[in-house]
Design a protein around this ligand. Sequence first.
Ligand code: ADP
Ligand code: MG
Length: 847
Amino acid sequence: MEKICVAVRVRPAVPQEIFNGTFWNVEDNRVSLHRQHGTPIAGISFAFDHVFDENCGNARVYELLTKDIIHAAVEGFNGTVFAYGQTSSGKTFTMNGSSSEPGIIPLAVRDIFDNIQKMSDREFLIRVSYMEIYNEEINDLLAVGNQKLPIHESLERGIFVAGLREEIVNSAEQVIKLIESGEGNRHFGETNMNVRSSRSHTIFRMVIESKGKDTNPSSDYSSSDAIRVSVLNLVDLAGSERIAKTGAGGVRLKEGKYINKSLMALGNVINKLSEGAKQRGHIPYRDSKLTRILQPALGGNAKTSIICTIAPEEVHIEETKGTLQFASRAKRITNCAQVNEILTDAALLKRQKLEIEELRSKLQGSHAEVLEQEILKLRNDMLKYELEREKLETELEEERRSRKERDECIREQKSIVVNPSNHVMLSDSDRSSSQELDSRTPKEECDDSNSVCQADVFRTPSYKAAPNAFVVKRSNYSRLPDYSPLPDSFSNVADEDTWFKMNKGYIADLDMLQMTPARKVQSFPLNDATPGSNENYRQEVQKLKEQLELVIEEKNEFQRKYTEQVLLNDQLNGEISELTQETLLIQEIPQRLCESVASCKDFYEDALSTMQSFASDGNSSTAKLLSSTSEIGSSLFSSLETLFSMAADGNKSFAGNYPLFQEHCKVLCERLKSTITTLALSETQTTDNKQVKNPQCRCDNKGCAPEEETTCWKEKLSNELNTIKEKYNGLEKEVDLNNKFLEASKEKYGSLEREFQLLKEERDSLIETVAESSQKLAVVTDQKENVLKDLNSELQRRKDIEEEIKQFSVAFASRQKSLVSFHSQLKSKVEKLRSQNPVPVPKSLGY
Ligand code: ADP
Ligand code: MG
């Protein structure tokens, strides 16, 4: 397992852009956002395998990020390099480069051919294809007419683009010319951000096949028979873009939508893959053509590098952050790359031929005494071989069929584009054959069923359609007559003398032989081939079936529980969100109370100032009362304000201060009462000798006596005081209630949260158990399938043996018959001779 290698590249800033705020700082393998004066902004700092600043050239990027993948591809590992980033951030510059500064693709192509030159012990065959995904359609960039190609998947070939043209190449220059011609067919467009913006994703692909040079073709099976096939993808993605920024409309807008959609699908796949294997679940590769094609590179057998390009300008900060987050997630993906080595059919056949030869020589050189055993053993081996041969035949048939399909496809392509002189083998030893190929017309090439077709060979490495240099032996095989050794060996040993010796005069009871095959079979090397073992198999299969059913039931039960838990979870989540809403409302109450107190205070102050304006002399009892009331009122309001603002701020000491506040209120009430009493007393004392005159008085009781006026004021004031008191008490109660409610909600919220946590844990453990059960189920299913397979092959073998025994019996019966008649003839002859000539017959004749 190895992690995907991720690098970030910052392109040089556009000169006319003015920096006045923040900038991206590159230091070692870290890129972070800094303020103008240089301090880093917390939380916006990312580390990668490499970070290349604007001064870094393509050659260095290639050296550090791609070179290893390219070398590994030559050795048989699949490899993928792709550039990701917003429009105009430098993806195409990095992948393709310019004439003065070649990018990753031309550098890789040259490097591959240099490496091949150095590996003198292997011969190589390289094919290239170049495609683009434009508006979710796959177009062939090497064959203009090849458009809207479908993606197919088959068991043998994996995921492949059907009908994609593949050119066999033998030099870097040839490849670069092909790329240049392909670039001409690519979709570009002008946007606000890039005069020549790539509007499609392009995938440049090299299929590298190699095999060790066969120094001694007549030698036994050797490692040189194994072919390595690797696929190298170099991908230049179209840039993600904000429609608002690119100013796109019409065709550009449509393209942009497709681009963003497929990049989003890529992001989703990366997100899923970056999660741990356990949580991963379904990976949505099928959401876009891009992810489907990159599936083997992202989640499988490939060495992969991603280069994320970013634009340093301030105006692109949001897009850059997005790219860096994508890169961070991609960094967590692991792949498992391995050399793709395939044993050719030719190699397999070579090995089997050897085995047959061995068997033949054994058969010929064997002694009569051990002949029976040998025959049985040989027959057994031959049966196995027969089975293998059948399998090979089916494979060959399959291979022929797919080749035919490809031939047809090529014929179609040829009718559109005629492109001779591309078929050159690389190795010196194959130069001559390559020249032969060159001289052929394309028509001949396609008609030859053994030639390599240039059509699509986008497939998983587990399969390969071997090029003609590698399949010569296989094609010879296909012309061999089917070899069935059984009749030959039978006739070799079935002459009468041998047969007689073999049976040592014993005449078998054929009926018995047929009826008791178990004893006969026991002499076979495979001692599990008895009817008893057959029964065992059946029992075992039965047992496995039962186990399977149990596991399925268990799994279903888990699934049911899991669904219930999910429902419950949803319910709880709903309740929690309701409670959160309520809590928010409750939390708002102190704030609202604060506001009410403020408005009350304003109102109170207004009323008081109006009243004070009436009692303008400042010495009257009313004025005194008012000033005292004002003092008490402001003290009360300030206490209320403090209390509510503390509650609004969520201050914890709020609850602790509450009794103090109540105390304070009591004191104020007392003070108010005593003021009123004092005033009432002093008023009563002075009413007799004092004339109270207040021309401005607007009292309703105009013209009434001063005592009455004072009483009226007192009443009014005490009414007002009572109202204030009531209001205050009401508020107090409301606060109390709210507090209680808040506490209860908090408790409920806490308990729900705990419950939710517990359920979450339970759900996780259930998921784990379900996963384990699924694994067990898979293992059991595998076992079952294997057992079934074994059972079938065993049954087939037994049938064949029975058939054979029948043949033996027939042969044996006829032989016995002939022996008996011969014996009776001989006997009658001897009798006759004895009667004619009474000379004693030698004892050795046995008569
Ligand atoms: P993309 O493919 O991401 O849309 P391009 O590769 O077309 O962007 O780059 C946009 C422009 O920026 C091009 O003119 C290109 O030459 C220039 N550019 C990008 N990266 C670099 C770099 N590292 N050095 C110099 N020029 C660059
Ligand atoms: Mg581009």
